[in-house]
Ligand binder design. Structure first.
Ligand SMILES: Cc1ncc(COP(=O)(O)O)c(C=O)c1O
Length: 457
């Protein structure tokens, strides 16, 4: 495609390397240029309106524009637009946010470390696993076990913890100390006749075998999302978490709950850890913490880890880790206000009321010839597209069904997130029942078109 000289599209191609984008295709296709938002809808520069059922990247919990958050950022910038937390300095807004997060934590947590992204929160958590075990005299416990298809970010360590071979390829990653246990996608990975409970036992056994194979004295931590996001919106099979956590504890490993997607209401509780009764040692959070309006993340650590960090400071003379923008006053002010908005609007009540409606409407897609399974929790739902509904047999990957549905959904004014042959939905948490109906109507048109296309092939 030839783009008009000097158009945003042409200038974009000449100037930006886009994340998670086929750069060769981008040179010919160019970008869709987004311009403004209204509630859960986003508009491109041609005036097309899209219902964003992905909340951007699972983060725009309050939609796309907010006078109130804008005002808070503006006021904070006028008062003090920057200061850091290094070397014994602080500011009230950072303290207030940290206190609020500790009060909200699903299990007792001791302290908060701030960063700017989910990747950095998980990167910090991984460093702290190594630091903690060194501090307690077990420096050999360095291995981090994640899961196939788990996603924890793009920094060298957080992507190493992620089970995404496509994101390791040619970067020479993962780093040597990272392992990935089984993908807990019951519908796709189950054996014939295997119940969710039996499957969960097999998953926990696989983790235990991996730990024994590696040597428990080398295994430092397990990192996982309560509900897998980028893996396809995969809800854990029944009894999975209970069994997995028992294995992690048995071998004296730390547990990092990556709440970057699940945190702040997505699963119908404030934390995914509450929905699934998790007892993590560290919790990473980001995204909806600031409704996606400012780049901020928070890592919560428990007392056991903090005490070890304290010992290290006594020994080494300081905690040698940090980011220039950690606890940035503007991002902290916006996050704090976001949390106040959640409370005032009874965001949890809203998710608990509209979430089940969304799950019920989406379950209606089981009547569609392409859909074999629909599963979700709170305001996450994943639809599995299958060639044969009776056997669950998958489509030929060459058909690129997911990408096809993405393209057709956009044609019908819907942004969804396809992952292989799954389509995941995680709309802004403010979505109403009427908007859920709108989302479903657009999706049905896209699936009908996709079915018509694949039938002719
Ligand atoms: C579960 C999870 N953890 C971590 C990340 C990385 O967050 P960020 O892109 O802010 O670095 C993501 C991003 O999608 C995520 O879904």
């Amino acid at each position: 495609m030839n783009h008009i000289p000097n158009s945003i599209q042409a200038r974009d191609i000449a100037s930006i390397v886009h994340p998670q984008t086929n750069l060769a295709l981008h040179e010919t296709q160019g970008p869709v240029v987004m311009e403004r938002g209204e509630g859960i809808y986003i508009f491109d520069d041609a005036g097309e309106r899209y219902l964003d059922a992905a909340a951007g990247l699972w983060c725009a919990s309050l939609g796309y524009a907010s006078e109130r958050l804008a005002k808070v950022a503006y006021e904070q910038m006028r008062k003090m637009g920057y200061y850091h937390l290094y070397r014994h300095t602080s500011h009230a807004i950072g303290v207030e946010l940290a206190e609020r997060l500790l009060q909200m934590a699903p299990v007792p947590m001791s302290k908060v470390l701030f960063q700017c992204s989910g990747s950095e929160a998980n990167d910090t958590a991984i460093k702290l696993v190594w630091y903690y075990h060194s501090a307690i005299g077990k420096p050999g416990k360095r291995k981090i076990i994640g899961r196939k298809m788990g996603y924890h970010g793009s920094t060298s360590a957080s992507i190493s913890a992620s089970g995404k071979p496509d994101m390791h390829a040619d970067f020479g990653l993962p780093f040597p100390d990272f392992r990935h246990t089984e993908f807990p996608h019951w519908y796709r990975m189950r054996e014939a006749g295997e119940s969710e409970e039996q499957f969960a036992t097999r998953m926990a056994d696989a983790l235990e075998k991996m730990i024994l194979r590696e040597g428990p004295e080398t295994c430092g931590a397990f990192i996982a999302e309560p509900v897998m996001g980028a893996g396809g919106g995969i809800v854990p099979p029944r009894t999975y978490w209970q069994k997995m956590q028992a294995v992690v504890r048995k071998y004296d490993m730390l547990f990092i709950a990556d709440e970057v997607i699940c945190g702040f209401g997505r699963t119908g509780n404030m934390w995914g850890s509450q929905t699934y009764d998790l007892q993590p040692d560290m919790i990473s959070s980001a995204k909806a913490l600031s409704a996606g309006m400012q780049p901020i993340s928070a890592l919560l650590v428990n007392e056991r880890i903090y005490q070890a960090m304290l010992d290290e400071s006594r020994k080494l003379g300081g905690f040698a880790h940090g980011f220039t923008y950690a606890g940035h006053p503007v991002t902290s002010a916006v996050a704090l206000e976001t949390l106040k908005i959640y409370e005032e609007m009874d965001m949890l009540g809203h998710v608990r009321s509209v979430g089940p409606y969304m799950q019920q409407v989406m379950a209606g897609f089981l009547d569609h010839p392409l859909i074999g399974d629909v599963r979700g929790v709170g305001m996450i739902v994943g639809l599995e597209m299958v060639r044969d509904k009776a056997t669950g047999a998958a489509f030929d990957p060459a058909l690129k069904l997911g990408a096809r549905v993405d393209r057709l959904a956009r044609k019908h004014g819907l942004i969804a997130r396809s992952i292989g042959d799954r389509v995941a939905f995680s709309p802004p948490l403010i979505i109403t029942e009427t908007e859920v109906d709108d989302m479903a109507a657009r999706l049905r048109r896209a699936l009908d078109d996709a079915y018509a296309e694949v039938r002719t092939q």
